[in-house]
Ligand binder design. Structure first.
Ligand SMILES: [Ca+2]
Length: 129
């Protein structure tokens, strides 16, 4: 099912698929690569937690996202004071919410961390390859 937003936001169309309201850009509904699927998942996850409004997430909703979607990587097990400091650093415009750009900054940092952590231990091909 395609849902078209008048504001040209990506909208859910079914199991993990996103489509743009117009045909001017790439159609993400028929993704072929893992990277395209990963990008759609990043966008869709934020949109789900913002109830497809695209609005910033309040801190409680953002913490819920971290706990459910990044249970291994997110600092939700930090002491409350350390968690507040983490949010303070992440919330660059200091509006006590996490917008999409701030969310993406966190994910970019996690990607860089993963890259640094794993760069000396090359990934093995999966069993299917
Ligand atoms: Ca913010």
């Amino acid at each position: 099912m395609a849902i078209v937003g008048a504001d040209h936001r990506l909208v859910p169309t079914g199991a993990g698929c996103l489509q743009r309201p117009s045909d001017s850009g790439p159609r993400l509904g028929n993704m072929a690569s893992l990277l395209e699927q990963a990008l759609a998942t990043l966008v869709r996850t934020f949109q789900e937690y913002s109830q497809f409004s695209g609005n910033p997430l309040c801190q409680a909703k953002f913490k819920e996202l971290l706990e459910k979607e990044l249970p291994t990587w997110a600092p939700t097990t930090l002491r409350e004071c350390d968690y507040k400091q983490f949010i303070s650093v992440l919330d660059t415009n200091k509006d006590c919410q996490v917008d999409f750009v701030e969310y993406m900054h966190l994910l970019a940092c996690l990607c860089i961390y993963c890259h640094e952590y794993f760069k000396d231990s090359p990934l093995k091909p999966s069993c299917a390859q």
